[in-house]
Write a protein that binds this ligand. Structure first.
Ligand code: DNO
Length: 358
């Protein structure tokens, strides 16, 4: 595996490449072209410029998170043909620039959903949190307003104000799309893009839906072992793979994370590893990465990744806001750096124990 950190580009991120370079063991960043709209073609020139900037800081671009999918593709609207053609062109340009991992999601309307961006924990740190009760009490069109006050002036991916202003229209687009239709549209998209992925050896890594169940009555399909294996089989090509995000699949306590990882051998192209602390099954907060601070056994998660021979990029995910840092919720420097170091420590211990036959 390669330890990486997500970086939001010099225009948006409070964290610098120099800081990332100083986290021991972090050699790559996961980034994207932040000022593009879903559906736009990414030119080789712009991809090159992004790579140059990262490489000048002594790091490399280990993958893209995300090349977002236009809603016409997710809903199966007639304009999808054009948007799929554009997506293929973007993949081709990424491949020519030697980028081989692309994370994306197939979530309708909202990307990941949290109901609090700054819940205060006993130690005074603040974390992202979710309660189903809060979602149930909320008008989806007001979702953005309810959390935007805690964004620290940042624009969080999936929560762009332009997009949130169109929520009503987006709901309308998805009104005839159920789980089966969404699966069908995903299959259609994947079948069209697999040839370019084969040609340039690009690993597509679908991000799970977060939380891993339907919110606001919208269909959500990338939620559990059964569905993800269905997706792997429906387009049975190793380039059709997943982002294993422990914090997203882990929202549903019925998901056995190490078992899911083991069932996806050869198909996990990217890993987001973080911990959650459950207060009740539908009320959770994003804990420190350390096992004892949350609900998951992080050793077992890393061990499962190790055992299946995972060799893609991995990153710590949503960190707590600590040490008075002011940053995009979940994406400050300090707690993610602690997370990277902890995950590296687990990996080293697992590697050495395995090699010594312990
Ligand atoms: C949240 C992220 C997601 C993820 C996208 C992938 O912090 O994990 O926004 O990047 O769903 O397309």
């Amino acid at each position: 595996m390669e330890m990486t950190l997500r970086w939001y580009g010099s225009k948006f991120d409070t964290v610098t490449l120099k800081q990332i370079r100083q986290i021991p063991g972090v050699t790559g960043v996961i980034t994207t072209l932040y000022d593009t709209e879903p559906g736009e073609v990414w030119s080789r020139g712009r991809i090159r410029a992004m790579k140059d900037e990262v490489e000048a800081a002594g790091l490399h671009v280990a993958g893209i998170e995300s090349v977002n999918i236009h809603d016409a593709i997710k809903t199966g609207a007639p304009e999808r043909e054009q948007y799929i053609a554009n997506y293929i062109e973007t993949l081709e340009n990424l491949g020519k620039e030697d980028i081989h991992m692309v994370c994306y999601n197939f979530m309708p309307v909202f990307d990941w959903t949290r109901t609090e961006l700054a819940r205060v924990r006993a130690d005074g740190s603040t974390v992202l949190a979710y309660t189903q009760e809060a979602v149930d009490a909320l008008d989806p069109e007001k979702m953005f307003e309810s959390i935007s006050g805690d964004m620290n002036g940042s624009i969080m991916p999936g929560w762009e104000p332009e997009r949130m202003a169109r929520v009503k229209e987006l709901f309308e687009m998805y009104k005839d799309v159920d789980d089966e239709k969404l699966f069908e549209n995903l299959k259609y998209f994947l079948e069209k893009i697999m040839p370019v992925c084969d040609k340039y050896d690009i690993n597509m890594a679908i991000h799970p839906d977060d939380p891993a169940w339907s919110v606001f009555g919208l269909p959500r399909i990338i939620i559990n072992k059964e569905n993800i294996l269905r997706m792997m089989k429906m387009v049975d090509n190793p380039h059709n793979g997943v982002t294993f995000c422990s914090g997203s699949y882990g929202t549903n306590l019925a998901n056995d994370l190490p078992d899911m990882i083991r069932s996806l051998k050869g198909r996990i192209h990217f890993a987001h590893v973080r911990n959650l602390k459950f207060i009740t099954p539908t009320n959770f907060e994003e804990a420190a990465h350390l096992s004892s601070d949350g609900t998951f056994d992080m050793y077992e998660i890393m061990k499962a990744l190790y055992d299946i021979g995972f060799d893609g990029p991995i990153r710590p995910d949503h960190g707590r806001m600590i040490w008075d840092e002011v940053a995009m919720p979940g994406y400050g420097l300090y707690d993610r750096a602690l997370g990277a170091t902890y995950l590296n420590g687990l990996w080293e211990a697992i590697d050495k124990a395995t090699k010594r036959g312990i």
